[in-house]
Design a protein around this ligand. Structure first.
Ligand code: CMP
Length: 238
């Protein structure tokens, strides 16, 4: 069993891997880790919901967080999937307004949770961290612009192919998947539908067509990409 001391030490190291806190002195990193509370979430657990008050920011230590907006009829549009080292919940902490999206644990997650006053005093002590946060916001806006343009301008097969290629890239970046499973898409057809602004049925129809052309293999609920070059060709269609 991991002792509490070891868990705190591990959290301290992981906080240092976080995009905002990398490059800090060991003392400052220890100070941030000491202020953070560690929260563990089960798969499917909600961190917070859109519209709620938010006075905490989270650094993701392990697992995947899904950021999404729900519709009244129960549909969901996935805005982003966040991986270890990323932060979220920063918007409400910075502007004092309500949460702009839902945050849900895609699998078991560990978070370092920081109160607003600690985040603000951190930035006061470390003004060099501002450009890093601005970099995170810019990168997210760029990604959202890209997805929005895809939803508005591309047909479903190209959107789906692009999304699946992004998932593969994230598999490699987070090295969470064993090597032989790098081509595996760890999302259900419904989840893929939520990521591309389509329905489970439309995703299923497209995947079945791709399966008969040997581009993917669907078995027991999992999707394996078997011809990446063909998928890249479909993704390039405009
Ligand atoms: P906040 O508004 O406090 O709560 C929801 C969080 O989701 C938000 O802070 C950001 O951290 C994150 N978020 C909102 N919109 C996006 C987006 N388009 N891409 C990535 N993350 C987002």
């Amino acid at each position: 069993m991991v002792s509490e001391k070891d868990a705190v030490e591990e959290a301290r190291q992981l906080v240092g891997n976080c995009v905002l806190f990398s490059g800090l002195s060991p003392d400052e990193r220890a100070a941030i880790a000491a202020r953070a509370r560690i929260r563990i979430l089960a798969a499917g657990e909600t961190v917070f919901t859109i519209g709620s008050a938010g006075d905490q920011m989270m650094a993701l230590l392990s697992g995947t967080i899904r950021i999404s907006v729900p519709s009244l009829d129960g549909k969901e549009l996935v805005l982003a999937l966040l991986h270890p080292g990323e932060v979220f919940g920063e918007l409400s902490v910075l502007d004092g307004k309500e949460r702009s999206a839902d945050a849900i644990a895609e699998n078991v997650c560990r978070l370092a949770v920081l109160d607003r006053r600690d985040v603000l005093s951190f930035f006061e002590r470390n003004p060099s961290a501002w450009p890093k946060l601005v970099g995170v916001l810019c990168q997210r806006l760029r990604h959202t612009d890209e997805v929005l343009a895809e939803v508005a301008l591309l047909q479903l097969p190209a959107r789906l192919a692009r999304t699946m290629l992004r998932v593969l890239k994230a598999n490699v970046a987070t090295a969470q998947t064993a090597k032989k499973q790098m081509g595996k898409i760890g999302f259900s057809q419904r989840e893929l539908g939520n990521m591309v602004g389509g329905t489970r049925e439309s995703v299923n129809k497209c995947l079945r067509k791709w399966q008969s052309s040997g581009i993917v293999q669907i078995s027991e609920g999992s999707i394996i990409i078997t011809d990446r070059a063909a998928l890249e060709e479909i993704a390039a269609q405009t």
